[in-house]
Design a protein around this ligand. Structure first.
Ligand code: ADP
Ligand code: ADP
Length: 222
């Protein structure tokens, strides 16, 4: 089977995974796959999956593994993912990580796992100021990455909104869930020799440059 390039971005909610994955998509020619975005898309369209996911997302809990893993498997069968993908928000616990190893094994496995570091205080500031385009999902920050016109997406003129789960109480639980369930993946990927770490407390462009130089050696596409 052909080799594919898979990057898994790790970091607390707000670390900048989505922002960086979107930029990598353009630069590397492999799609960003964000499980959070897929759930939100389903929520918007009131699908069965969206309705199921909502009850977990509103509390800041993880959507059950079986549903999430199947969704990623399906997504990877689509035409644009045939050269690989940048995963953002998946895997999020050890069960998902082991499943993803099985899924990617026929294609040469995961190429690299960049971990983006920021403090919890910075995460709170970033998440509570995050705004998302209702139509295309583009991500802004009221202060750190504002749109040209307040409340309006630069890309398609869509309305910007604050995610339900970006309110302070839910954010605290999401950070807790991250430390409890997702952070063990740091050791998991370190042991496999896949982990690289970078400082997320820099401007978006600087983080992107740092990421690109880390990934450059691993890119079999583009
Ligand atoms: P994640 O996907 O890890 O939750 P996002 O990419 O959605 O993170 O970013 C969280 C918020 O922080 C967004 O509002 C985004 O615009 C902003 N942001 C992302 N990267 C940076 C950065 N390097 N500096 C300042 N703000 C950033
Ligand atoms: P953030 O970018 O701020 O980390 P996400 O958009 O990745 O947030 O996730 C939002 C919510 O969607 C999570 O709190 C969780 O409820 C659900 N979710 C996203 N990815 C997964 C996953 N891999 N497994 C389970 N639930 C997920």
């Amino acid at each position: 089977m052909n080799r594919r390039t898979f990057f898994v971005l790790l970091g607390v909610p707000g670390a900048g995974k989505g922002t960086q994955a979107k930029l990598l998509e353009d630069r590397l020619g492999i799609p960003q796959i964000s499980t959070g975005d897929i759930f939100r898309y389903n929520l918007k369209n009131a699908t069965e999956l969206g309705i199921l996911a909502k009850s977990f997302m509103d509390k800041g809990e993880l959507v059950p593994d079986e549903v999430t893993i199947r969704m990623v498997e399906d997504r990877l069968t689509q035409a644009d993912a045939q050269a690989g993908a940048v995963l953002d928000g998946f895997p999020r616990n050890l069960v998902q990580a082991q499943a993803f190893d099985k899924i990617t094994e026929p294609y040469g496995g995961i190429s690299l796992v960049p971990l983006i570091h920021i403090s919890d205080e910075e995460a709170m500031l970033r998440i509570t100021g995050r705004r998302v385009c209702r139509t295309c999902g583009a991500v802004y920050h009221v202060e750190f990455n504002p749109p040209k016109q307040e409340g309006v997406c630069d890309l398609d003129g869509g309305e910007l909104y604050q995610r339900n789960d970006d309110l302070p109480d839910t954010v605290r639980n999401r950070l807790y869930v991250y430390y409890k369930q997702t952070s063990p993946l740091i050791g998991y990927y370190f042991a496999k020799g896949l982990l690289v770490e970078l400082d997320g407390n820099q401007a978006i462009e600087q983080v992107q440059d740092q990421l690109m130089s880390l990934l450059a050696m691993k890119v079999a596409v583009a």
